[in-house]
Write a protein that binds this ligand. Structure first.
Ligand code: NI
Length: 340
């Protein structure tokens, strides 16, 4: 055994000498061959470029270490680099990969701003620093903003085009959809959610809700909500009863705020883009909730012309819930709102 060890040591020494003094060279293609690939579970492999490429394209693997790791913080400001697939166990313990989740933007009397980790907010407050979010909210009521709302859709022919136009103008809107129509368009409701639009219920089939008895009313609202959730992934956040018709029973069955309107463009009657345009520009005010229907081509034509002009007049185009927040008038279930 001892002899074997001696021989092994000699062989290794000889190899080292060969390498150092040039008697033995590693083939060039081998030195270039190895690529390091990392797995989000912590495994590390050294592979040929071809294998590495294959691995890098499979789930959880990358040849870039930063792609499988995330920077995380806690409310005390501690910072760690952890494997991506361990993130959830950290977030359960109050860590986050978004520094804004664990800190608050604060400002002092000289106007200096900085992010303060939540554990230190009280300390900063006692030194006269204030949370910027609160300051923003107080100033928000000075923002000119309106909510465009669209009823009776989605429509196979118009809603996708309307979403393109809204998206192209960076505008948000609220859609009061009919439960029976949620399958129209190409995944319209999911797209609305993705684009930051708000979805409200307009009932299942435009039945006048005040004509239903209590149990039918309850079922009508619940069935519609279920349809909307199935198509969009989320429950509707608002209700606009057909014909704007509501009573105490509708208010108590709604479960969400009831939203009417302050500007009726009568687009369903005129079916004329110029008329819809003029009526909007004539009636719009800060805080307006404007009623349209996304089932008419003339309405969508009017919106295409209106968006740049409303923006030029300084209006922010937001959803109904955003408008409520901007105006500092939070909505509550069953409460009826016509404008802000
Ligand atoms: Ni309607």
């Amino acid at each position: 055994m001892k002899l074997f060890k001696k021989i092994s040591v000699s062989v290794i020494l000889a190899l080292v000498c060969l390498c150092v003094f040039g008697g033995f060279t590693i083939p060039k293609e081998d030195t270039e061959a190895l690529v390091t690939v990392y797995c989000s579970d912590g495994r590390i492999l050294f592979l040929s470029p071809e294998d590495a490429e294959e691995y890098s394209e499979s789930d959880g693997w990358s040849d870039d270490f930063s792609e499988i790791t995330v920077d995380i913080w806690n409310t005390a400001g501690d910072n760690r680099l952890v494997l991506e697939n361990k993130l959830s166990s950290y977030t359960a313990g109050g860590w986050s990969d978004n520094i804004e989740d664990v800190s608050v933007l604060m400002r002092n009397r000289d106007g200096k701003e900085k992010y303060v980790f939540k554990d230190y907010v009280e300390e900063y407050r006692s030194k006269d620093w204030e949370e910027v979010a609160k300051i923003k909210l107080e100033k928000a009521s000075n923002i000119k903003a309106i909510a465009l709302t669209f009823d009776d859709g989605p429509s196979n022919s118009q809603t996708d085009r309307l979403l393109d136009i809204l998206d192209g103008n960076n505008a948000k809107a609220t859609f009061f959809v009919l439960g029976k129509s949620v399958g129209n368009g190409s995944d319209c409701l999911k797209r609305m959610i993705e684009l930051g639009m708000e979805i409200g219920s307009h009932g299942y089939d435009h039945t006048q809700l005040t004509k239903l008895d209590n149990s039918a009313l309850e079922k009508h609202i619940q069935d519609t909500n279920a349809k909307i959730k199935e198509a969009s992934g989320a429950e509707p956040t608002l209700l606009r009863p057909p014909y704007g018709s509501y009573n105490e029973a509708v208010k108590s069955a709604a479960g969400v705020p009831i939203v009417l309107w302050s500007v009726d463009t009568l687009d369903w009657k005129s079916r004329n883009a110029d008329a819809v345009y003029s009526e909007t520009m004539r009636s719009v005010r800060d805080g307006s909730i404007i009623l349209y229907h996304d089932i008419y081509e003339s309405t969508v034509d009017a919106i295409e012309r209106l968006l740049p002009e409303l923006k030029a007049e300084g209006y922010e185009l937001v959803t109904v819930s955003e408008l409520a927040e901007i105006k500092g008038k939070p909505l509550t279930a069953g409460a009826v709102v016509t404008n802000f």
